[in-house]
Ligand binder design. Sequence first.
Ligand code: NAP
Length: 246
Amino acid sequence: MSHKQVVLVTGAGRGIGRAIVRALASPERFIYIHYSTSEDSAKALSEELAQEGKPSRTIQADLSDSEAAKALISEIVEESGRLDILVNNAGLTRDQLTVRMSDEDYDAVIQVNQKAQFILMREAAKIMMRKRWGRIISISSIVGLKGNAGQINYAASKAAVIAMGKSLAQELATRNVTVNAVAPGFIETDMTAVLAEDVREHYLATIPMRRLGKAEDVAAAVAFLAGEEANYITGQTISVDGGMNL
Ligand code: NAP
């Protein structure tokens, strides 16, 4: 397989991940469309890209399993011999007020949103360092910057993503590997579709632009960070939130 760049987007069967794949896809890039349970939509996305002459394939892993996260990168590197761009997008919520939150709900969110991201970053860094080029982009959240009632687990994981990225950015800077984060506000996806109408109204009132964002808004920031134009930007977090983090 010889392509200019090999890309992995996690959680790419739906939502923001799917929009990121669409924004990054090109005839010169081979994209691994990772999914856990959304096999049909991941495969449909890969077929759509094939019609446009943009190469990709789907790849499955449950990121609640650390070994599966590690195997995800080794499968790609064995097959392609490289990994140039890693977009750590897969994530989940298990919301509950702190006094009622179980250890299981805390651990489940930390495992996928934080530990799996660490493993994917570490394994990707090994190959990117050797190639002297790479881009690691993690999807954090406004909640990682400001906290949110009922999301102590999610807030911890999303703040960790930023802190881990800043640490790795310092380790990899001389190797021409950049590590950045994107922090979306409230974006129209399955994750926010479950919110009750009054909660949604409450959030809308906190957004200066008075509307939810689109997955494509987040994808555009990721595409910028993945490109050559961003080659002197590392350890940063771009907020895509209609002004929530002002
Ligand atoms: P979504 O529609 O709920 O999609 C979640 C994605 O994560 C799916 O692709 C899912 O894969 C994957 N995922 C969940 N558990 C997984 C597991 N155990 N192993 C592997 N993959 C798993 O969410 P979204 O809104 O697109 O969110 C994408 C990212 O943006 C997340 O990190 C989220 O925290 C972040 N974010 C979202 C918002 C928002 O308002 N929507 C705001 C800030 C940050 P399968 O479907 O294949 O199972």
